[in-house]
Design a protein around this ligand. Structure first.
Ligand code: PCA
Length: 158
């Protein structure tokens, strides 16, 4: 199994979450909510509503998300969707996980794979740095509809 941290459209209730729940893609088990140990700039690109964690550690906020255990089939599927390693790149990062039992304030740091945008266009750093992705402020345009707005994925890169 592989431990992953999702902070964007793959979270529960978000537009790509059904991929994780689809048993045809492989196995996935929810572990806990988590927060990145290190600060990162997380932005939502305003024209397509795509969340990006920018490879600029130390800037931005401690991003919140979900930890899941997935098998190699599911990981392959997610790598395909995120276009790892050409678009997003998957890295292992430290995630802080709290004991969710009442009255406990124990926490642990675990290593999880997460998708980060490297060599990003400087334009992306002009957007607001968020700690939590929601699909409320900017509507997410899924990949199969992006051509309608002439989306060029490589315009997000340097
Ligand atoms: N999907 C991945 C990376 C960004 C996105 O929208 C995630 O939810 O973590």
């Amino acid at each position: 199994m592989y431990r992953i941290f999702v902070y964007g459209t793959l979270k529960r209730g978000m537009p790509n979450h059904s991929l994780i729940e689809d048993v045809q893609n492989g196995k996935a088990v929810y572990v806990a909510n988590g927060t990145m140990a290190e600060k990162y700039p997380m932005v939502v690109e305003p024209n397509f509503g795509i969340p990006f964690l920018l490879d600029n550690p130390g800037e931005g906020k401690n991003v919140e998300g979900e930890v899941w255990d997935v098998d190699s089939n599911m990981l392959k599927k997610l790598d395909g969707i995120e276009m790892h390693p050409d678009w997003y790149t998957r890295f292992e990062k430290d995630i802080v996980v709290k004991d969710e039992a009442a009255e406990s304030n124990k926490s642990a740091i675990i290593k999880c794979w997460t998708y980060i945008l490297c060599d990003f266009s400087p334009k992306l750093t002009t957007y607001k740095y968020l700690s939590t992705y929601t699909n409320e402020d900017v509507v997410y345009i899924p990949p199969n509809e992006r051509f309608l707005k002439n989306f060029d994925p490589w315009s997000m890169k340097k």
